[in-house]
Design a protein around this ligand. Sequence first.
Ligand code: SF4
Length: 194
Amino acid sequence: KIEGQITADDIDQLTEHFPLCMRHLHKKLREDKHLKHYGRMQYNLFLKGVGLSLEEALRFWRMSFSETNDDQFQKKAYAYNIRHNYGMEGKRTNYSPLNCMRIITNNQPGEGDHHGCPFRHFSEANLSHTLHNAGVTDKVQIRQIIDYVKGHHYNIACTRFFELTHGGSKEQGMMAAINHPNEFFEKSYQSSQE
Ligand code: SF4
């Protein structure tokens, strides 16, 4: 797939290449059929970076908010905000997908929020559980990632997670630290095409 060819229907399948922050947002969107403001913004801008056109993004969000009627979808400005992220409303700024630094440091998630970075914002128990579910089952490897988190090295923890879940790069420190969720996606997607 290349930019412009990804459709709303492809997203479920592509999540296997998403970093934990975006997998979490996708999971919660599917469970709750809703995401709060910053979650929508973080995920929508990421999906834009993955290659979803504005038209497909609107279709994706409309389908995902399956328990929201059309009237509410318009009234609550969901469609407006999606178009806004694509630079089609307001000041018409063509917003870039958020990098890890912004996700980690800005707009700390509160009760009911699902945006942010799991390495920064999850409890140790929740992060261990999430890593296990994502395929890192070795206790020593989970401990190593938790130790990076405790040292505030969130990007190194995320990069180590990438290495451990992408065969062939099991050696620690073989790749440069990932600093952007879209970089994680692109590296993962490319490795599946090789
Ligand atoms: Fe997402 Fe970046 Fe956190 Fe990885 S380090 S989970 S890409 S915000």
